[in-house]
Design a protein around this ligand. Sequence first.
Ligand SMILES: NC(=O)c1ccc[n+]([C@@H]2O[C@H](COP(=O)([O-])OP(=O)(O)OC[C@H]3O[C@@H](n4cnc5c(N)ncnc54)[C@H](OP(=O)(O)O)[C@@H]3O)[C@@H](O)[C@H]2O)c1
Length: 277
Amino acid sequence: MTIPNIVLNNGVEIPQVGLGVFQIPDDETQAAVESALEAGYRHIDTAAGYQNEAGVGAALKASGLPESDVFVTTKLRNGEQGFEKTLQAFENSRRELGVDVIDLYLIHWPVPAWGKAADTWKAMEKLYAEGAVRAIGISNFLPDHVEDLMKSVEVTPAVNQFELHPSFQQPGTQAASTKHGIAVEAYAPIGQAQDLSLPAIKEIAAAHGVSEGQVVLRWHLQNGTIIIPKSVTPERIRSNIDLFGFELSPTQMDTITGLDTEERMFPDPQTADFTML
Ligand SMILES: NC(=O)c1ccc[n+]([C@@H]2O[C@H](COP(=O)([O-])OP(=O)(O)OC[C@H]3O[C@@H](n4cnc5c(N)ncnc54)[C@H](OP(=O)(O)O)[C@@H]3O)[C@@H](O)[C@H]2O)c1
């Protein structure tokens, strides 16, 4: 199974489908990541706040794959924002993951009330200049947060990772990102499985003889979006990258795009200010 790569704005390539590991306990993470690597995934999305970087690292090590074969993303906790703290937090993540170079490092949330994003970004740029990370990016940045950050960046973020699934698509955040050449990465790409029960998705799945999850993930792929579906279930892990044996018609694509209710499942990035994520 060949998963296409998306070329980021600095030339680095990221596999368009990866495994997300949010809410997987550390001691179950190794098994999930091992299942994914066995199924052909070469992209894993974790975060310091998920407290399972060590489990990801253990799976990478056990796989015997060269470090350069697996694209690894991790994220900076809100509580670690600021120039010096970011540099320290990065070292902790790198040690937990057991890698020399992290492929993509993201600011997890903008926390606009704290006003630390620009300083934090300076530290990300330093890590990038040193070659400790291959690409740097942002997560949960709404259009205003992207514009604010863009005023002071030397390196444009490569990626904005935000909540994006049929019932919550954020076209404004997508446009504010792509306008600057920032790639769109969908988190909760199947809406934590809630979007799979929408009747329109069920109909399209039946028409193609595939699962509802495959329909939604295929919709993302045809939109050019990077996706990181999470599962601990080996069968689902396999099916979530088995997306290349069918194609959605333009009408089916439009039907799914028409399902946006503009209701988020996750906290509003304008006000989210927890420290542990
Ligand atoms: N940057 C951020 O702030 C942020 C926020 C949220 C998420 N993320 C990232 O995005 C990743 C994905 O988001 P998410 O974990 O919130 O939600 P998701 O991937 O949309 O959905 C995961 C849920 O769907 C189930 N599932 C997976 N594949 C399925 C399938 N084919 N059919 C039916 N059910 C299926 C999983 O169950 P089982 O595991 O039991 O199989 C799990 O309950 C995270 O793991 C994380 O890496 C980032």
